[in-house]
Ligand binder design. Structure first.
Ligand SMILES: NC(=O)c1ccc[n+]([C@@H]2O[C@H](COP(=O)([O-])OP(=O)(O)OC[C@H]3O[C@@H](n4cnc5c(N)ncnc54)[C@H](OP(=O)(O)O)[C@@H]3O)[C@@H](O)[C@H]2O)c1
Length: 252
């Protein structure tokens, strides 16, 4: 299946690097499409129209605000459309691309290293064969998770923004450790690999967060003191506020 990426920014680059195939892509003049082709091979299409005519699947990797403008160019030409646009429902994709199979996807940036999550909701009337092909294509980037479209924005508040949260948690731990003398690079490696290892352990424990926490937390011990300090610092309510902020922004 020939895939074309409209937009060559952060998300398109992460997806293309994950696939590591020669790309077919466009941008709006920044030169980022050329840079992606320099890195991975392939072609910058002469226009969005040329891309849509060549591709079997057009992946929309521009910003949500550009939905109508891009659709005005390529609707009727794109054979199938997969959108990674945040907060853009299937109904909006169908309105922009009538009579075209549409997929609503929400990937996160670890797709670049094939450890991503790609949440997927499929538009009505999409043929099974195409659905399987799109599923298999994105499964090369990590885990494809089918999700009720009504919950896709909430899922985004966990997995779409999650890499930024995880990076901030590592950064905060590094700052704390540096203050007490650990070299920054070493602290970053320790914190990052602990996150990765804990993710694997959580998967092995059926994502039972309490079990994993209890295994580290002796009564009255150092981890218990650390966790109490994080709770007193408002960690849980900060995450509540964060997801509200993410979803509030999405609705605007
Ligand atoms: N970043 C993430 O972690 C993430 C996660 C999930 C979903 N998303 C979604 O992915 C989409 C892109 O986000 P991003 O972070 O990659 O943004 P970005 O870095 O700003 O990239 C947007 C790309 O779209 C291109 N573009 C804009 N108008 C265009 C047009 N008319 N024709 C062709 N290309 C056009 C831009 O071209 P120029 O390079 O010329 O400016 C740029 O390459 C958004 O809809 C976002 O909701 C992002």
């Amino acid at each position: 299946m020939r895939v074309g990426l409209i937009g060559s920014g952060n998300m398109a680059r992460a997806i293309a690097r994950g696939w590591s195939d020669p790309v077919l892509c466009t941008d709006s003049g920044s030169g980022r499409a050329e840079a992606l082709v320099d890195e991975l091979g392939g072609d910058v299409a002469d226009s969005n129209v040329a891309l849509a005519e060549e591709a079997d699947l057009v992946v929309l990797c521009h910003k949500p605000a550009q939905l109508e403008a891009v659709a005005a160019e390529i609707a009727g030409r794109a054979k199938a459309v997969a959108s990674v646009l945040g907060a853009t429902p299937i109904a909006a994709l169908q309105a922009a691309y009538p009579d075209t199979p549409v997929f609503r996807l929400m990937p996160n940036t670890p797709v670049e290293v094939r450890r991503g999550i790609v949440c997927m909701a499929v538009g009505p009337g999409v043929e099974r064969d195409l659905e399987h092909k799109v599923d298999a294509l994105f499964a090369r980037l990590g885990q494809v998770v089918r999700i009720d479209e009504k919950l896709l924005d909430v899922a985004t508040g966990v997995m779409g923004v999650g890499p930024a949260y995880a990076a901030l948690v590592v950064e905060a731990q590094v700052d704390a450790a540096v203050r007490l003398g650990l070299p920054a690079a070493q602290a970053a490696e320790l914190a990052s690999e602990t996150l990765a290892g804990t993710a694997a352990l959580l998967a092995a424990r059926d994502y039972d967060t309490l079990a994993v926490r209890r295994e580290v937390t002796s009564p009255g011990g150092s981890t218990a003191r650390g966790l109490a300090a994080l709770e007193a610092g408002g960690l849980r309510s900060a995450f509540q506020d964060a997801i509200d902020a993410v979803l509030g922004g999405a609705r605007r």
